[in-house]
Design a binder for this molecule. Structure first.
Ligand code: NCD
Length: 317
């Protein structure tokens, strides 16, 4: 039997962006287009080779397992040539080295540069220096737009509609680019977003993000359809923000009892990497009835295929 082929949705959609730096740069129709592409590639057995002949360079100044591999796989599935460069953070002199690297890479004329960097704004700076597209794969504590897109795709595939859903993002909000991008995207899609965490891990000004802020899990999770847990980002903490990991789990870690505060049937998400027994119990993380964590990784590849397709075939390409 011939493999099923799908045609890419709304091929005439006027996608005008050259780069993906933050979800706030996209309009709601752009987001709907990207999510439709993500859903398409999630179901396509033989994806169209729309990046055939393109070169994608992964430039990761910070460690990554799933994001880097996910971009690599996504680009290869669309027929692109992919190079992955892992740049050790320790010896990197920010600014100068970044621009030098950009100039070298630009001479090789990649069509897409996927950048992860520990300095907020590094991908935006690079986007001004190169001729191809730049995708922000996480910059400092600023943004992680493809994580938010893949989380939204996961929820769309599971729940259908995101508008009107109550979603709690819990834990270390202060150091999390995932939280920032998810707040931006989920509120744009009409969800009611809550932040739940100890005051030391809630950034000043979070109440101006269009969300409600809660300190304790019981009130924060009440009536929630989705509970998104975040890792304690110890590498970004300049001091002690929590008394101990054990105490943190007791008050803020997600276990069966605390999940009981949410709506019956509530779903659990986590961008990974997980610290089991710190922000989430294994019992919850591994329960296929409630956990979307594996689906998030799966949707990560499909969503990145959708984004690569949109950038490479769009009118700014
Ligand atoms: C996140 C990141 O790097 O910001 N991970 C990821 O991309 N899946 C979250 C984290 O590191 O905790």
């Amino acid at each position: 039997m011939p493999a099923t082929t799908f045609s890419v949705p709304t091929p005439d959609y006027p996608f005008t962006h050259r780069h993906c730096l933050s979800v706030l740069r996209f309009t709601r129709p752009d987001i709907d287009y990207l999510l439709a592409l993500g859903a398409h590639f999630a179901e396509a057995d033989t994806p169209e080779q729309t990046l055939a002949g393109a070169t994608v360079v992964n430039l990761f100044f910070e460690n990554s397992t799933r994001t880097e591999k996910s971009f690599e796989l996504a680009a290869k599935r669309l027929g692109a040539d992919v190079i992955s460069m892992n740049v050790g953070t320790s010896s990197v002199k920010k600014g100068e080295t970044l621009l030098d690297t950009a100039a070298t890479l630009n001479a090789m004329a990649p069509d897409v540069l996927v950048v992860r960097h520990n300095a907020s704004g590094a991908p935006a700076l690079l986007s001004q220096k190169v001729t191809g597209s730049v995708i922000n794969a996480g910059d400092g504590m600023h943004a992680h737009p493809t994580q938010a897109l893949l989380d939204a795709l996961t929820l769309r595939m599971k729940l259908g509609e995101i508008g009107g859903k109550r979603i709690a993002i819990c834990g270390d909000i202060a150091h999390s680019r995932v939280a920032r991008s998810n707040v931006e995207l989920l509120t744009m899609l009409g969800a009611e977003v809550r932040l739940v965490g100890p005051p030391t891990l809630i950034p000043a000004g979070a109440r101006d993000w269009g969300v409600e802020v809660f300190e304790d899990m019981e009130t924060g999770l009440a009536g929630c359809d989705v509970v998104m847990m975040l890792r304690l980002q110890l590498e970004r903490m300049g001091g002690a923000f929590v008394p101990s990991k054990r105490e943190y789990f007791h008050f803020h870690g997600l276990d069966r009892r605390k999940l009981g505060f949410a709506k019956p049937g509530a779903l659990v998400m986590h961008p990974g990497p997980m610290n089991r027994g710190v922000e989430i119990s294994s019992d919850i993380a591994d329960d296929p009835e409630v956990s979307l964590i594996t689906a998030q990784v799966e949707m990560g590849v499909a969503m990145r295929m959708g984004l690569l397709h949109a950038l490479y075939t769009g009118s700014a390409a």
